[in-house]
Design a protein around this ligand. Structure first.
Ligand SMILES: [Zn+2]
Length: 333
């Protein structure tokens, strides 16, 4: 962390002013650029935005579910695999989710400088920091303060509050950039993705996971997503404590619908997380109904973004929609 006692020159070397791309230097309470811009340090964390803007639902979420998804704090025995396939069960759900959605193995992070674009309370950074040389987490919200608490023991983690579309880094800084379940909550998934590409070193890897647009398999049978889209016209506008109460009620309702047909109907007409753990289910359901932006995409669409960005070795992972790609060695600025 960037603290009074630790100037953390290694982080300053990676940073650049969001206005003029100039170098930043540190004074006691802020990072300063020669152009006059100042970025306050609050709790030792540099702030490149004034507020959480459109993402205040996530700030609310992560300050309430501070450690639910943190492997080191989580329950150790799940009844079944998150994705319903295979027999993998047990602890470290965030580690497994990272592997499934990025295709990156922890050993591949050794010696690397890694960016978590949308780190929330730090569930993936926890593992990444154990494997990588340097792990930088960025979030638009004050969830970075929760991450700072969760990851206080990791000396190679740095956190920033910043906007993914205007990140304060020098070009070609990162060996690995990943963004799991975040880009689709920004005003434009594609533009946010594109803004990450220049930050990759040549040969660097980017991996993202975004929501899948559920197909209408039969014209007369809407996917569950069509129903949640309908509710979402209202739900992001509800007071957050009320929405959380509603999500809790819905998550608990699932436990009472024992009959398979009743369960099926409920899942179709009032979609919610089906995670085996109640707290995760409440969190995931709130996470679905609260964001202002929730774009959904197809595999073809995301593949095209990777191609248009000039990436190579484009790989689609098993969990839809997750892709990784590599920035070619001879690439522009
Ligand atoms: Zn500047």
């Amino acid at each position: 962390m960037l603290t009074e006692s630790e100037p953390q020159e290694e982080l300053l070397k990676l940073l650049a002013c969001t206005d003029c791309s100039g170098s930043l230097r540190r004074n006691p309470t802020s990072l300063v650029c020669d152009c006059g811009r100042q970025y306050p340090l609050v709790g030792g964390i540099p702030r490149f935005v004034k507020s959480s803007a459109y993402a205040d639902n996530f700030e609310y979420e992560w300050t309430r579910f501070r450690t639910t998804q943190l492997d080191s704090a989580g329950e150790k025995n799940w009844e079944r695999n998150l994705y319903g396939a295979g027999t993998v069960a047990g602890s470290n759900e965030s580690i497994r989710t990272f592997a499934l959605k990025t295709g990156i193995r922890p050993e591949e992070l050794k010696g690397k400088v890694v960016l978590d674009a949308g780190c929330g309370m730090g569930r993936f950074l926890e593992m990444v920091a154990s494997a990588a040389k340097l792990a930088i987490g960025v979030d638009l919200t004050r969830a970075v303060d929760v991450a700072a608490t969760n990851l206080v023991a990791k000396s190679n983690v740095h956190l920033l509050q910043a906007d993914l579309r205007h990140l304060p880094f020098r070009p070609k800084t990162f060996d690995v950039v990943y963004s799991i379940g975040v880009l689709h909550h920004t005003p434009s998934t594609r533009e946010s993705f594109q803004s990450l590409i220049p930050l990759l070193k040549p040969g660097g890897v980017i991996a993202i996971w975004v929501y899948e647009r559920a197909p209408w398999r039969k014209p007369w049978l809407p996917p569950a997503q069509a129903f949640s889209d309908l509710y979402r016209i209202v739900t992001p506008r509800l007071p957050k404590p009320l929405l959380l109460k509603l999500c809790r009620a819905r998550a608990q309702l699932g436990e009472h619908a024992q009959h398979p047909l009743a369960q099926k109907l409920l899942n179709k007409l009032l979609p919610a997380s089906d995670h085996p753990n109640l707290e995760w289910r409440i969190l995931d359901t709130f996470d679905w109904y609260s964001p202002k932006y929730q774009w959904k995409h197809t595999s073809d669409e995301v593949r095209r973004w990777f191609e248009d960005a000039g990436l190579v070795k484009i790989t689609e992972q098993q969990v839809p929609i997750s892709f990784s790609g590599v920035r070619p060695s001879e690439s522009g600025p």
